[in-house]
Design a protein around this ligand. Structure first.
Ligand code: FAD
Length: 498
């Protein structure tokens, strides 16, 4: 009987893919043919509000994965479920109709995805407990692939899953140092035998899905610009990683917060679609640390340990989704924030989205995301704070807009990034500190390109009126100090009895 690896949109690679490797190993040991499938569901893209950039990136990576697999005589079959409710019946029908005995896949930690997998497991149980069933049974094997540390396994002294970053980070570093084998990667599958290839002949040549109409780019120019910034494929990811490690890692600790420096890896799109695994990334990092898996500030230089720290945030956030699943269901981790009465400020929201609030640092970030399907982390922090604190617009609108725009959208990182807090970022002092030359602002806001010196951070208050009016740049839509006060009072009063 045949062995199946079922790709999801977070493991689009053949290198160091835990589920695929387990499927291939099992197929080899049992002399069975290996085939792969991807279940395309346009409704899933619509429900998540997946951006054109991400949808296109997924489809492009699927195409490359398919040809890499075909070089190994392994077919990748594209199945279609138009609605979410069709997902399980579609895959089960495929499994049962094609003599598949074992199904392998990698875990996705979000609630709907886990529910989907539970339903598949129920199908397995139903088949095996129904003695009259004429359907052949099948086994399902799910693998942890997205992280180094399996979500849910990092526990406090009291045996509860860790939620706070600092102790999690410390424990993660100690664990990896003690067990460097955690970073080991697994190889891609070996070639199907000629006999297996022949048996699977009808599965080759399946059509790679195209993005559903509503998630397509508005024009060809936009598509080619985004593809140039984010070329698909494992090879592109490795190239980007090596460039980063060779040229930027050493300075990361000092340059990472300066958005003008382009000093971060820009690997997030590749990590979120699983085009490269975090273990492969960290194995390369280890080579730059003289082979040592001690990534603490004592065991590595500041740039290297600082960068690994960011990857550890990514690890923790997968544990967070598993242990506080309401964060994957449109609720804040701190449920008290669900009691905040938000403002229905449509104009404020539109200005935020279009980068016309009259606040240069925030506007620059919002223009970057529109143009590049990406925004620097420092800006993500600032624009999110401005939306839900200064405009008092429900943070979930911003969270959704990020999903609809970013190429690297990742539910775990995005919901945790958008988790509301009492910290109100001051976009003027943030810009002065992190973009001291004002280059980032001038890059994204042409109206301010010729503004000299520190006036670029706050032109309305720092230029005389006549000079300001000539710029064609809007006055600040709201006063930062007043709206900060309003937010803090609102949060305090709404959350008091929650
Ligand atoms: P680098 O600085 O090179 O970091 C390396 C990798 O570490 C990243 O690729 C990413 O996988 C991980 N990482 C870095 N910073 C964080 C972080 N703060 N939290 C979790 N992981 C991190 N990241 C996403 O991947 N998808 C999102 O949808 C997303 N939404 C965000 C929303 C908000 C409001 C905020 C504040 C942050 C969000 N982040 C998100 C985290 C972070 O901004 C991006 O991962 C980072 O900017 C990507 O750029 P990079 O690959 O050059 O990062």
């Amino acid at each position: 009987r045949n062995i199946l690896h079922w790709f999801r949109s977070k493991d689009l690679r053949i290198h160091d893919n835990r589920g695929l490797n387990a499927a291939a190993t099992f197929a080899k040991e049992s002399h069975a043919p290996l085939l792969c499938a991807y279940l395309n569901c346009p409704a899933e893209f619509r429900n998540h509000g997946t951006s054109p950039a991400r949808t296109d990136f997924i489809c492009e990576n699927l195409g490359l994965t398919k040809s890499e697999l075909e070089d190994l005589d392994i077919p990748l079959v594209f199945l279609e479920a138009s609605e979410r409710a069709d997902l399980v019946p579609t895959i089960v029908k495929f499994i049962r109709g094609n003599n598949i005995s074992h199904v392998f896949a990698n875990y996705e930690y979000e609630v709907d995805e886990l529910r989907r997998d539970i339903r598949i497991l129920e199908e397995v149980n139903n088949a095996s407990s129904d003695s009259d069933s004429h359907c052949a049974g099948f086994h399902v094997s799910l693998h942890h692939d997205q992280t180094v540390m399996e979500p849910g396994t990092m526990l406090t002294g009291a045996g509860k899953p860790m939620k706070i970053f600092t102790p999690y980070h410390k424990a993660w570093l100690a664990e990896v140092k003690a067990n460097p084998g955690l970073l080991d990667t697994v190889p891609p599958p070996s070639k199907n035998s000629p006999k297996a290839k022949k048996a699977l002949q009808s599965f080759f040549g399946s059509q790679v899905p195209t993005p559903p109409e509503e998630t397509q780019f508005s024009c060809e120019q936009e598509r080619s610009q985004i593809r140039k910034l984010w070329p698909p494929g494992h090879h592109a990811a490795i190239q980007r990683l090596n460039e980063f490690l060779n040229d930027k890692l050493a300075d990361y600790a000092v340059t990472r917060s300066n958005p003008a420096k382009n000093s971060t890896s820009r690997l997030s799109a590749y990590l979120s679609a699983g085009v490269i695994s975090v273990r492969e990334v960290l194995s390369e990092v280890r080579k730059h640390n003289s082979g040592s898996a001690d990534f603490s500030s004592r065991g590595a230089d500041a740039g290297l340990s600082g960068w690994v720290r960011e990857l550890v945030f990514r690890e923790l956030y997968r544990q967070t989704t598993m242990t506080t699943p309401h964060t994957a269901m449109n609720l804040p981790q701190n449920l008290k924030f669900d009691f905040v009465q938000w403002e229905n400020d449509e104009e404020g929201y539109d200005r935020w989205e279009n980068g016309t609030l009259g606040v240069p640092f925030v506007d620059a970030g919002m223009r970057q995301i529109k143009a590049e399907a990406y925004m620097h982390n420092r800006l993500r922090m600032n624009v999110s704070s401005y939306l839900y604190c200064n405009l008092l617009v429900d943070y979930r609108r911003g969270e959704r807009y990020f999903a609809e725009t970013l190429i690297d959208w990742d539910l775990n990182n995005n919901t945790q990034g958008w988790e509301p807090s009492y910290t109100v970022f001051n976009p003027v002092s943030q810009a002065e500190k992190n973009d001291p030359g004002g280059e980032y602002i001038r890059q994204w806001i042409p109206e301010l390109r010729n503004v000299k010196g520190k006036a670029v951070f706050d032109p309305y208050h720092r230029l005389d009126k006549k000079e300001f009016d000539k710029l064609g740049y809007p006055e600040p839509y709201v006063d930062w100090h007043e709206t900060k006060q309003r937010a803090l009072e609102r949060f305090k009063s709404n959350m008091k009895d929650a």
